[in-house]
Design a protein around this ligand. Structure first.
Ligand SMILES: *Cc1c(COP(=O)(O)O)cnc(C)c1O
Length: 222
């Protein structure tokens, strides 16, 4: 099937409240344009440099999401245009995003990345760390960022029950924090699920999925 067919098939299977992020990492511009011409304009990249290069080359009505680990010293490159940063995992990073947002005269929407997997390779805050962060005075003084949701990745396992339990624990945490709102904190987005596990994620309450391989085919890392 073509990229456009894959996209269409996935989109038609999604509940209307679920936003699809087409994860474009490693794929060339031509392939991204196939998705764009199929009228899908929400893209996700996991590296700052690739995000910037693609943003520069592609039409400007695309919404760009950063979904991968973000280093503090690279925030400045994306602060002017990024729609949503999924991968906030420290107060220090959030403070830098706030600083760069001020320079760009905008408010940058962010998700807190939580660590729910049983794997050491994944990034993210523990539930305790996340609560500490949002309850800190330092966080409350950040006026140019807004935490609009949570993001996480489940373990890379065949055990769908484990994946389900991991997603469910994030949903429980999300529901708990949803009632706590302030000027820079209001949770509406729950970003969980990728090609291999987005159906489970949606069953567990995800409303934003990040899908690469099921749209573009396997990635070729060179
Ligand atoms: C690459 C990536 C995805 C998409 O993975 P697929 O398995 O290709 O769907 C989703 N989320 C993050 C954070 C990624 O880095």
């Amino acid at each position: 099937m073509s990229i456009a067919d894959n996209l269409k098939q996935i989109k038609s299977s999604l509940p209307s409240n679920v936003t699809l992020i087409a994860v474009t990492k490693t794929h060339p511009i031509e392939k991204l344009m196939e998705v764009y011409h199929a009228n899908h304009k929400v893209f996700g990249e996991n590296k700052v440099q690739e995000l910037c290069e693609k943003h520069e080359q592609l039409p400007k009505d695309i919404e760009w999401h950063l979904i991968g680990h973000l280093q503090t010293n690279k925030v400045k490159y994306i602060a002017g245009f990024v729609s949503l940063i999924h991968s906030v995992d420290s107060l220090k990073l959030l403070q830098e995003i706030n600083k760069q947002a001020i320079k760009n005269n905008r408010i940058i929407n962010c998700l807190l990345q939580l660590y729910i997997a049983n794997e050491e390779t994944k990034f993210g805050l523990s539930y305790n760390e996340a609560e500490e962060l949002i309850n800190s005075q330092a966080f409350k003084s950040l006026n140019n960022i807004k935490i609009v949701g949570l993001m996480s990745m489940a373990s890379n396992t065949e055990n769908s029950n484990q994946i389900k339990n991991e997603f469910n624990s994030l949903k429980v945490f999300f529901d708990k924090l949803k009632n706590q709102t302030s000027n820079n904190f209001q949770l509406t987005i729950l970003s969980m699920g990728m090609s291999s596990d987005y159906s489970i994620a949606i069953e567990q309450g995800s409303n934003m999925i990040r899908v690469g391989s099921s749209i573009f085919g396997e990635r070729n890392y060179k």
